[in-house]
Write a protein that binds this ligand. Structure first.
Ligand SMILES: C[S@@+](CC[C@H](N)C(=O)[O-])C[C@H]1O[C@@H](n2cnc3c(N)ncnc32)[C@H](O)[C@@H]1O
Length: 196
């Protein structure tokens, strides 16, 4: 897998959360194996994930959404540097608002934005997913706090509760076939199996 080490190092040195290589490698394999053409990423940060997907897969187009203006600006610069303006569309807005107004359908959604919101996003994600489409949710273990391996810090309680609710929802949802994968910080993997 080709990655931009400069973007990765910038993220690590500037406290910008970026995806792990293992996670991106799995994501790219999934996109290629399932011939996913239209991709949505929630949480662009500085464009590390979206550029990696664009350069290592046969996806036709990637839409990506980032709330923080400064990160969005850096992502836009990185996308331009890679000449990927035609393959990636980045939106500087709240992911919840994006999902509520989105009319496009996607083959794969990479959910990597605000972890406590995954559960609230789920109905919208299912709605904009093609039949047979896939949602991959990152940080489902949240460093071991979800599994109880490490204690949940006070500030993280609501987010951990939200992640547990998300796991419960995807593993029991009548429209989804879901599994949790022990890759990176834990991945929720869901396939949409029915329209209703
Ligand atoms: C883990 S980072 C994304 C990493 C990126 N996917 C990658 O592969 O490098 C999560 C991002 O979600 C953004 N975010 C947080 N809340 C958001 C919201 N409500 N809407 C859109 N983006 C949000 C954060 O600013 C942060 O940059």
């Amino acid at each position: 897998m080709i990655i931009d080490k400069e973007i990765q190092t910038y993220g690590e040195n500037n406290n910008v959360p970026i995806s792990l290589e293992d996670t991106l490698s799995f994501l790219c394999q999934t996109i290629n194996q399932n011939k996913c053409k239209q991709i949505l990423e929630i949480g662009t940060a500085i464009g590390f994930g979206t550029i990696t997907m664009a350069e290592n897969t046969t996806a036709e187009h990637i839409d990506t959404v980032e709330l923080e203006a400064e990160r969005y600006d850096i992502a836009m610069q990185n996308i331009k540097k890679h000449n990927l303006e035609n393959k990636i569309t980045a939106y500087n807005m709240d992911a919840g608002n994006f999902l509520k107004t989105c009319t496009k359908k996607y083959n794969l959604i990479y959910l990597d934005g605000p972890k406590g919101q995954y559960i609230n996003y789920l109905p919208y994600l299912i709605n904009i997913l093609e039949l047979g489409g896939i949602v991959i949710a990152d940080n489902i273990y949240f460093h071991g706090m979800v599994t109880g391996k490490i204690p949940t810090t006070k500030g993280c309680r609501a987010m951990i509760k939200g992640l547990k609710n998300y796991i419960q929802a995807i593993t029991t949802h009548p429209q989804l076939d879901s599994e949790i994968y022990d890759i990176g910080d834990g991945l929720g993997y869901s396939i949409k199996k029915s329209e209703q």
